[in-house]
Each structure stands twice: as C-alpha cells, then as structure tokens.
Design a protein around this ligand. Structure first.
Ligand SMILES: CC(C)(COP(=O)(O)OP(=O)(O)OC[C@H]1O[C@@H](n2cnc3c(N)ncnc32)[C@H](O)[C@@H]1OP(=O)(O)O)[C@@H](O)C(=O)NCCC(=O)NCCS
Length: 330
C-alpha cells in the first residue's frame, strides 16, 4: 500500500515534536516566527509541516519547512528563502518511499505559495546522509555542497590542544564583548562599510541579537583598538557554542586568534561550561585547515553541513514510484 501525506494545521504538529531537532520544535506550533530565535535570527518565517502515513493510517514521518513572511529586519541581510528544515521517517518505515513523498509534498506547498526555489542545509551523519542525498537526487535537487565543518567536544579537550596558551601577546588585550560601547560598534560598522575588512559572515552585529554569553564572549584589542571578537552562546546546560570568531586578517596570520580563544575557553570553564560546539564556514579555508590539523584530532565529533536547492519553476510531475496524495487535515 502506498504512503499518504497530509499538511498539518492548527495544533496538530506538537505531537510530532520528537521527529525534528530540538532547535526547531517551537516551529511546530505553526505560527509565524524565527528559525533560530536563540541566535538572534531576525528572518521572519511561516513554518510548514506535513506528515506521512502508511497504508494502515500509522504516522511514519515528518517534514518541516518554512516560507519567508513579512518584512525582513533591516539589519539582517542573510537570505530568507523557502527552506526544508528537517525530514524524518521512523526506522521501520524507511526505504518505502515516505521520505520521497514528504519532500515532494513540501515542494508542492512551496510552489503553490508562489515560490520558485527551495533550499536545505543539513549535517552529515554516518549511515544517514547517503539516504537523504539519494532522495534529493531522485527529486532532482542540486548536487550538495559543503558549507561548513562542525566540531564538538569539551573545554578540557580544547585546553589540551598544542596552540592553547595562558598569556596574551605583547600589545594585545581582551575585554568582555558586552562592555564594548555602542560608539565602538558604530566605528567598526563605518570601517567595514569603507573597506570591507571583516569576512561578511563574521561581522559581530549579526550575532548580538541572541543572548551572547557575557563572560566568555570577548573583544580582542590590539594597541587599544578592537581588531577581533569571539562571540559565544549558551545552547544547553553546560554547553557553549563558539558562534563567531574573527581577528583582522594580518593578525590572524600571526596566530593572534588563538591566545584570545584560550582566554575565552578559560572564562567559559570558570562559569561552569563543559561541552562546546563550533562551525567553520567552508569559505574560511585557512581556519578549516587549522581546525582540521590542530583541533579535530583532540575533539570527540566532527561533521559537515551541506546545502542543496531545487529550482521549482519546472513543470515537474511527481515521478516518485509511490503514491503522493496532497491533502490537508485540521
Ligand atoms: C533520510 C530519510 C528521511 C529518508 O526516508 P525514506 O523514507 O527511507 O526515503 P525513501 O524510501 O523515499 O528513499 C530512500 C532511498 O535512499 C536509498 N538509500 C538508503 N540508504 C542508502 C545508502 N546508504 N546509500 C545510498 N542510498 C541509500 C534507499 O534505497 C532509497 O532509494 P530507492 O527507493 O531508490 O531504493 C530517512 O532515512 C531518515 O529519517 N533518516 C534520519 C533523519 C535524517 O537523516 N534526516 C535528514 C537530515 S534533516
């Protein structure tokens, strides 16, 4: 018997909360909101959720996506486009076409809403990514591209890395980021507008909206001028995410980020954090090379985030070998 897929409406999504990531569970109320409010994400979206059922009416999977809605916050120039946020099929229902019809269903809803493109970003997971990428390929999505490398471990593992130091180099100093004045931030913005010296994905004001950890988030000063920052967010009990780490390019070449990172690690331990996670953008190839050589061997976990998209303008018929019924339940 084929699978059926239904759009979820009203409060129907809450019962499937364990079928998406903790960070997306708030979206299952299906009200307009933000993808990552905890990170200060200011891109307004409308969640779209659909569930699949087997021939006996048993739920087998959930796809969660979103459409952009309303005006974007003027300070956020991150793209806001329809996105496949997560997909999950119960282990016993896999390889029967449920994943394929869930993705097709989301494509249909996004196309019906008038959008011409659907994209996704996901993290590689041993034993699971091949299946997802197989489904994407079958649904004519683009070839996935690596966007970032993700690392997880503990602060004590960071302290055992060879670059970890206990003193700052001459002329360098550290301040708490929350103590950096508005005037100094304005000056940074002006110099960025004038010369573009900060890698666009690492400008600090994108990351200030969420509650940054006040103790371990630091500004890096060189001869009393701000030349870098390490901005961290608490993402769970004892878990800290190093969200954004940057130092001016000429100083980065001299390894000046590492003493500041060491200090941030020390401060995080002092306030009780234990585990850490961070991601390095694929476009930041010097940092990827550094992380792969001098950090990953000491950490417990690494993976990639990859992105893919589908152009929805083609008049594509559902070619999946499984029945795809588009229905709405309240
Ligand atoms: C990814 C996922 C949703 C796919 O669901 P599904 O219902 O099994 O998908 P389908 O049955 O439509 O298609 C799966 C296809 O992948 C293929 N496949 C499975 N494992 C594979 C592997 N290791 N390598 C290549 N192809 C693989 C299957 O053979 C099948 O293709 P086929 O129908 O041509 O034989 C499901 O595996 C899942 O929930 N995984 C865990 C959650 C996850 O990783 N989500 C993605 C990140 S959000």
């Amino acid at each position: 018997m084929g699978s059926q897929v239904f759009s979820i409406e009203g409060t129907g999504g809450i019962q499937f909360r364990l079928w998406t990531f903790p960070a997306y569970r708030h979206l299952l109320n299906l009200n307009p909101g933000f993808r990552h409010p905890e990170r200060g994400d200011r891109r307004p979206i409308l969640p779209l959720a659909s569930t699949s059922y087997d021939g006996f009416g048993k739920p087998t999977g959930l796809v969660l996506g979103c459409l952009p809605v309303g005006p974007q916050h003027p300070e956020s120039d991150l793209p806001n486009e329809p996105e496949l946020l997560s997909i999950y099929v119960t282990p016993e229902a896999r390889h029967q076409g449920h994943g394929t019809v869930l993705i097709r269903h989301l494509e249909h809803r996004v196309r019906t809403a008038g959008s011409s493109r659907l994209s996704t970003v996901y993290m590689t997971r041993a034993g699971e990514t091949d299946s997802l990428e197989h489904v994407l390929r079958r649904c004519n999505w683009s070839i996935p591209e690596t966007r970032s490398c993700v690392y997880k471990g503990t602060l004590h593992q960071m302290q055992s890395m060879p670059w970890y130091v206990t003193t700052m180099p001459r002329h360098f100093d550290i301040c708490r980021w929350v103590d950096v004045s508005r005037e100094e931030i304005s000056r940074l913005r002006e110099s960025q507008m004038a010369t573009g010296w900060i890698m666009p994905s690492l400008v600090p004001w994108y990351y200030e909206g969420g509650a940054i950890d006040p103790t371990s988030s630091v500004g890096i000063l060189y001869r009393n001028e701000i030349v870098g920052w390490i901005l961290n967010h608490k993402i769970g009990d004892n878990v800290l995410r190093f969200t954004c780490a940057f130092v001016r390019r000429d100083l980065a070449r001299l390894g000046r980020l590492m003493p500041a990172l060491s200090e941030s690690v020390r401060r995080a331990i002092d306030v009780g954090f234990h585990r850490i996670t961070f991601a390095v953008s694929a476009e930041n190839s010097p940092m990827i090379r550094f992380a792969e050589r001098w950090m990953r061997p000491w950490l417990s976990f690494s993976a990639e985030t990859r992105s893919a998209f589908k152009d929805l303008t083609g008049d594509e018929k559902c070619t999946a070998p499984h029945r795809c019924r588009v229905t709405t339940v309240g």
